[in-house]
Design a protein around this ligand. Sequence first.
Ligand SMILES: [Fe+2]
Ligand SMILES: [Fe+2]
Length: 198
Amino acid sequence: MMDRVNFTQMKDGTKAEYDFLTKHETEHTKGTADRLLKALVDLDEGLSGYQITRLGHSLQSATRAHRDGADIDWVVSTLLHDIGDIYAPYNHDEYAATILRPFVREQCSWCVQTHGDFQMIYYGHHVGGNPDKRDAHKGHIYFDDCATFCERWDQSSFDPDYDTLPIEFFTPIVHEVFARTPYDPDVIKPGIRAPLTR
Ligand SMILES: [Fe+2]
Ligand SMILES: [Fe+2]
């Protein structure tokens, strides 16, 4: 029974070794949801100055999405939309979208990917940025969805007095989403727009 491969260069690996590694990788991917939830908790230590932590903001955003009646793809995407703040402060939106893209509807990963540009409308003028940065996406099928995402769930979720749901509430749906078959066309549903509110 192999417990590790013999090769020191990938090009020397055998079929049996790669079969063995594939099995390991499949086991490892089963832990993705738990690793992401742990990373979300780590967000609690980042970025001070706001009235709530990034974890608090993430949970509050997802709580608002849930209470608006948004579906599981929206709620999980909203929960994780700022997870890139840990390692990618200059492109945190793209970082989060990359994590989500194989597992959620294209509509949701697109909005996560571009939310940084759309958020500028609320504060760009205070920081020397371009408040109209989102205009670069004008005409895109998901433009209005991202505008609504930012208005209702993202920019609004810095309220320490809001009745925010705990992370445990979201744990099962994070597991459900990351247990999906990656890039399943029935999940990605290119061009399909599910409502943000019901
Ligand atoms: Fe963000
Ligand atoms: Fe945010």
